[in-house]
Design a protein around this ligand. Structure first.
Ligand SMILES: Nc1ncnc2c1ncn2[C@@H]1O[C@H](COP(=O)(O)OP(=O)(O)OP(=O)(O)O)[C@@H](O)[C@H]1O
Ligand SMILES: [Mg+2]
Length: 218
């Protein structure tokens, strides 16, 4: 499968989910390629950190690509890997569009704040345009950095995905919300997935596992 983490908003959790997904796939015996299609190069920095921490045993292959090369190279390499995870930047770029042309699943993390929700509508235009070329593209929204203690964010989000015709037509909501948890940030800083941390945050692990189970069974 080819998964692209994207959207047109910065800081939503694209790289966090891309790296956790790539690691969890590889831990399940899959041959994984992580493509960094974001000019910021965060996924590449993450992999460098990971290789440093794990004696060059990242567990997956990694490459940095931009613009039309994302499409061309992924197309060339797709039969050599069981899964490809593409991390893109939070803007409507040539890199993100060319990733979507070859992807099976488009994952859009978003935070439960109004600015993020509004950008989902702009992403819908992008999804619809890419589907003209790649009709099989599935698009899923994932609520990330939610704070369930103080609000009803999950319920409100579910309602939006049921009631809003435009959203409903373009996207499905993955019923795997992720809370704001320090473990996601500390694991990333150490080049690890949350499932690999020495001090285990079981709630974070349960959330990412649910995300993994649902996204790999779409
Ligand atoms: N569920 C979470 N809980 C706590 N921190 C999180 C969570 N998800 C992401 N973060 C933190 O939020 C910041 C942004 O996350 P990340 O880099 O994954 O977003 P991004 O969408 O890739 O950003 P960019 O658009 O800059 O590429 C990072 O510091 C990350 O560690
Ligand atoms: Mg990123």
């Amino acid at each position: 499968m080819i998964y692209t983490l994207g959207g047109i908003k910065g800081g939503t959790g694209k790289t966090t989910l891309a790296t956790n997904l790539a690691i969890m796939l590889s831990k399940n015996g899959r041959d994984v390629l992580l493509v960094d299609a974001d000019d910021q190069g965060t996924a590449t920095l993450f992999t460098a950190r990971r290789n440093e921490m794990l004696n060059n045993q990242a567990g997956y292959s990694a490459i940095r690509l931009r613009e039309m090369d994302v499409y061309q190279q992924v197309l060339n390499m797709k039969d050599r890997f069981s899964d490809i995870v593409i991390d893109t930047g939070g803007r409507d770029t040539k890199s993100q569009r060319s990733a979507l042309v070859v992807s099976d699943i488009y994952i859009l993390p978003f935070r439960p704040r109004s600015f993020d929700i509004w950008t989902l509508y702009d992403s819908i235009d992008l999804i619809e345009e890419c589907r003209l070329i790649n009709p099989k593209l599935k698009a899923v929204g994932v609520l990330n950095q939610a704070d369930f203690k103080v609000s009803t964010e999950n319920e409100e989000t579910k309602k939006l995905f049921v009631e809003d015709e435009k959203i409903k037509k373009a996207l499905v909501l993955l019923d795997a919300p992720l809370s704001i948890r320090k473990a996601f940030a500390t694991a990333a800083a150490g080049g690890l997935s949350v499932v690999e941390q020495k001090t285990k945050d079981q709630k974070a692990i349960a959330e990412i596992q649910r995300f993994y189970d649902l996204i790999t069974n779409l």
